[in-house]
Design a protein around this ligand. Structure first.
Ligand code: TXA
Ligand code: MG
Length: 337
């Protein structure tokens, strides 16, 4: 049985936090909200606990996890040294949606790093997450709390859908505010390399530490095992329209409606009157896309369409992270003339 406790995201109830912390200390699994997506947490120093995460999610063993900390002391426990450059990023963007890949101390459970000599660390900007880590008195390893390959969860209901019965407890703190996962920055290479784009953009990093590289896909595969696997996919096939005029989008949807139900997520208004056509309208803004894209994919998927068509946004600034996730979710990308 998976228990769900509802918490005030601003002022989490201490008794509930204490209950959750006890589960973590005893090697159990607790899902909790962060500012990005929900995480599935276990004690990052306890190998048996961390193994349970991989089992519950069906996650490939070669895909390492992020260790979440709430203090400087915890950071120092996990890594032998924080460079002056990393220090500046910590100062500027923690707590927040920035994960740093650093050298790893032997205390970190082996399965967290999946055999690598490095560990990914971040301090989340969410009161429930921070209180939980503090009360657990240990760093918490947590991937996104979805079944492996499914869209990341932005509500407790998403977590329950994917992992109900497989984990001990879900702390429900409402909808997460950013909606896509943190930026992952590898600090063990010079210059540092963005392994996964996120809400902290390349520009925001450059502003603080100068040049950072964006991993090319080949390189990314080597350095960030997670990017090897299929991601963020609903059950339906997904086509991403990188760019295209409204007529192109409409024609594409009509064409596919001949074969069955079609879902559409986009900022263009597509006027098709058909009971088999389901649309979710978003504003053409990275913020709104990030906030809604995973829940929209889940919502449409629940209607069992054979296809979901997603209209992309501009691939710059925060839009880069959104487009990264959409390209991973899609089996086909189209540009319409
Ligand atoms: O916003 C987030 O980052 C969320 C919340 C829960 O904090 N977590 C999250 O975890 O997205 P996950 O496991 O879904 O993604 C972690 C990513 C994966 O792509 C993984 O391969 C990469 O970080 N990663 C973890 N440790 C790494 C390491 N030592 N070196 C390179 N990449 C690493
Ligand atoms: Mg994930």
């Amino acid at each position: 049985m998976t228990q769900v406790l509802h918490l005030d995201p601003e002022q989490p109830d201490q008794e509930a936090i204490e209950r959750a912390a006890e589960i973590i200390r005893n090697g159990g699994l607790v899902a909790f909200p962060t500012e990005t997506v929900y995480g599935l947490g276990a004690d990052a120093l306890n190998d048996d606990g961390v193994e349970k995460i991989f089992k519950a999610k069906g996650r490939p063993a070669d895909n390492p996890l992020i260790a979440h900390v709430c203090s400087r002391e915890m950071l120092d426990l996990l890594t032998p040294g924080v460079s002056e450059t990393a220090e500046r990023l910590v100062h500027e963007y923690w707590p927040g949606p920035l994960t740093l890949v650093l050298d790893r101390n032997p205390e970190v459970a082996k399965s967290v790093s999946a055999g690598l000599s490095t560990v990914a660390i971040r301090m989340p900007r969410n009161a429930i997450a921070l209180e939980l880590i503090r009360a657990s008195r240990t760093p918490i390893a947590a991937p996104s709390a979805n079944a492996s390959g499914r869209p990341s969860p932005t509500t407790a209901a998403h977590v329950l859908d994917d992992l109900g019965g497989r984990i001990d407890l879900i702390l429900d703190g409402g909808t997460t505010n950013i909606g896509i996962e943190s930026t992952v920055l590898d600090m063990t290479s010079d210059p540092p390399v963005i392994l996964r784009p996120g809400w902290i953009t390349r520009g925001m990093l450059t502003e603080i530490i100068g040049f950072v590289e964006q991993a090319t896909s080949g390189e990314q595969l080597q350095r960030s095992p997670g990017t090897r696997h299929r991601h963020y996919t609903p059950r339906a096939r997904v086509i991403l329209i990188e760019r295209g005029p409204p007529e192109f989008i409409e024609r594409l949807c009509r064409e596919h409606l001949k074969e069955g139900a079609v879902g559409f997520i986009g900022h263009t208004r597509v006027a098709i009157e058909d009971p088999l056509f389901h649309t979710i309208q978003l504003r053409n803004r990275a913020e709104e896309y990030a906030h809604s894209i995973y829940s929209s994919l889940r919502e449409l998927d629940a209607m069992n369409p054979q296809l979901i068509v997603v209209e992309g946004i501009s691939d710059e600034g925060e839009g880069t992270a959104v487009m990264d996730r959409l390209r991973r979710a899609a089996s086909q990308q189209l540009t319409g003339g």
